[in-house]
Design a binder for this molecule. Structure first.
Ligand code: 5GP
Ligand code: MG
Ligand code: MG
Length: 179
């Protein structure tokens, strides 16, 4: 285990098993369709990469980067598009791939943007959910794991851009934040 990690909440094996399950489910849901799969950078990049390998329908990928947190562990409520999609979503079945839903602000903003651009459908798959912290009424269509109200890192999730490469999800030692 990484020296800065206090506790592993979800292991590499648990994540692998869950991602395969989600991929199988999405393959069924999208049968006969050709979804545009959108990765919300940077946090969802590992989940996206693992998930699409488990999806058997033909699909296209695109990437979008939004900012809401800066280096803080709490949402500011202000969402900004840092990198927009390369492709049009008009008339497309869009699958939004998120790492984690916390307040729900980022996602509600994104869904709104994609609907205003006339996506045919918008579906959300998130690997993690912290429902205790929701400030807007929003649910993912598919959720991997429900987490307690704690700030987590690993499997794409960062603290000040670190720890994204950890293959598991865990909680940092408290002294890491106070340094
Ligand atoms: P929301 O807008 O739902 O509050 O949060 C949006 C984004 O903040 C998530 O997609 C994720 O990138 C980041 N975030 C929320 N909770 C956590 C957490 O516990 N750990 C980390 N590293 N990022 C989080
Ligand atoms: Mg995210
Ligand atoms: Mg972050």
């Amino acid at each position: 285990m990484h020296n800065d990690i206090q506790e592993i909440l979800i292991s590499r094996e648990q994540i692998q098993e869950k991602v395969a399950e989600l991929g199988q489910r999405l393959s069924k849901d999208y049968e006969g369709r050709n979804p545009l799969v959108i990765c919300i950078l940077k946090g969802a990049f590992i989940f996206m990469a693992d998930l699409v390998k488990e999806i058997t329908v033909p699909l296209e990928l695109d990437f979008m980067a939004v900012s809401s947190y800066g280096a803080s562990t709490k949402s500011s409520g202000v969402v900004k598009i840092i990198k927009d999609l390369d492709n049009s979503v008009e008339g497309r079945d869009v699958l939004i791939v998120e790492d984690i839903i916390d307040s729900g602000l980022t996602l509600s903003y994104l869904i709104d943007v994609l609907q205003r651009r006339n996506a045919k459908s918008t579906t959300v798959v998130t690997l993690f959910d912290k429902p205790a912290r929701r400030t807007v009424d929003l649910e993912a269509d598919l959720t991997g794991f429900v987490l307690p109200d704690e700030f987590v890192v690993g499997y794409g999730l960062d603290y000040a851009e670190k720890y994204r490469n950890l293959p598991y999800v865990g909680v940092l030692k408290p002294e890491i934040y106070t340094n």
